[in-house]
Design a protein around this ligand. Structure first.
Ligand code: NAD
Ligand code: ZN
Ligand code: ZN
Length: 364
């Protein structure tokens, strides 16, 4: 089969590799129908995730069809269409028993495109299949559910739920990339009174308005703290969601919240940030961090099925799976291409209108 193989920092190739085979009785083999690229894949390619060994197939988000079952798999069948999530669950360790699949100690957690071969490929071996994949209702398209594999549960669990967003709250989301936008989209499920999006890029802020932000602040041209205080009567926001992953934005979040407020950090940080306890100790703040567990995937799937949540606007570009190399170029150059998520499809695809070519209508 063909797959996108990590060849070491800065190098990757779409090349022929051996077909995956069942190794454990709890495995299934899935034919990948749709996959996508994550910002984390770009981090891996930069060499920021040394656990990923050269030769690993990248990708941790896909929709596929089961082609082969391990001997112990009884609740799935060949032909089932399934969501393959960024997080796998052994279903047996104490973390998995509590729904904290991201912290699985039984061989699951974030493994695809990290510790084992991933999903930007024609086929994939999926471990712990019965406790890790989600069957997709027939009436839903791949694109309707694909973003449940990572960004939607991440934005919802690590941003909105950790940040304890309640009806009537005013929240700030710092960073309006796919993760920040997913936090904005899923925050609306909890009816905050106002959502403020903060980013350095006006193009991203425009998308934030499309995804449900009420007010946008470009912190490159405006003082975000002064503006947030003005918008909240000098109080600060109830919850600030950090969706960038740099020290400045974490520190900014701690300054945007009211006394008793919450900072939900979603960003992946590569260097230390300062926690100003000398200012914060007296303000009863809550600060949370997290790797997504994906325990809300079934809930989010029901909301998509019920028409309450539509994740399709995240898809800005479509490519054939075999054009994954080109898709990486477009995804990595988001400032120019305005890419949010690129869909890699095994079937022939209709190209989407690229946002950069039609600035007035960024998505359907
Ligand atoms: N915790 C988790 O489980 C988890 C899962 C997936 C991704 N992440 C992390 O979430 C973060 C966001 O991911 P993404 O894919 O949306 O990234 P992205 O790079 O596409 O988006 C980041 C956004 O932040 C903006 N930005 C950069 N510097 C800024 C600054 N100083 N002030 C304001 N805005 C700034 C950029 O313009 C961009 O729009 C990353 O750190 C990613 O690694 C975490
Ligand atoms: Zn990811
Ligand atoms: Zn486990």
């Amino acid at each position: 089969m063909k797959a996108l193989v990590f060849k070491g920092p800065g190098e990757k190739a779409w090349e022929t590799v051996p077909d995956p085979v069942i190794k454990e009785p709890t495995d299934v083999i899935v034919r990948i129908d749709s996959s996508t690229i994550c910002g984390t894949d770009l981090h891996i390619l930069k060499g920021d995730v040394p656990a990923v060994k050269p030769g690993t197939i990248l990708g941790h988000e896909a929709v596929g069809t089961i082609t082969e079952l391990g001997a112990a798999v009884t609740t799935l069948a060949v032909g089932d269409r399934v969501l393959v999530s960024c997080i796998s669950s052994c279903g047996r360790c104490s973390y998995c028993r509590e729904g904290h699949y991201g912290q699985c100690t039984g061989g699951g957690g974030w493994i695809f495109g990290h510790l084992i071969d991933g999903l930007q490929a024609e086929y994939a071996r999926v471990p712990f299949a019965e406790t890790s994949v989600y069957k997709i209702p027939d009436e839903l398209t791949d694109e309707q559910v694909l973003f449940l594999a990572d960004i939607l549960p991440t934005g919802y669990e690590v941003g909105v739920l950790n940040g304890q967003v309640e009806p009537g709250d005013t929240i700030a989301v710092v960073g309006a990339g796919p993760i920040g936008l997913a936090a904005i989209m899923t925050a609306r499920l909890r009816t905050p009174a106002k959502i403020i999006a903060i980013d350095l890029a006006d193009t991203r802020l425009a998308r934030a308005l499309d995804f449900g932000a009420d007010i946008v602040i470009n912190n490159g041209s405006e003082d975000p703290i002064a503006r947030v205080m003005e918008l909240t009567g000098g109080r600060g926001v109830d919850t600030a969601i950090e969706a960038v992953g740099v020290p400045e934005t974490f520190e900014l979040c701690t300054e945007l919240i009211r006394a008793g407020g919450r900072v939900a950090n979603v960003g992946v940080h590569g260097c230390s940030a300062t926690l100003h306890l000398e200012k914060l100790w007296i303000r009863n703040v809550l600060i949370t961090t997290g790797l997504v567990d994906t325990f809300t995937t079934p809930l989010l799937l029901k909301l998509i099925e019920g028409g309450r949540l539509d994740a399709t606007p995240f898809a800005t570009h479509r490519f054939q799976l075999e054009d994954t190399m080109e898709a990486y170029e477009v995804f990595a150059d988001a400032a120019r291409t305005e890419a949010l998520k690129v869909v890699l499809s095994a079937l022939p695809v209709e190209p989407l209108q690229v946002a950069a070519e039609t600035p007035a209508v960024a998505h359907a």
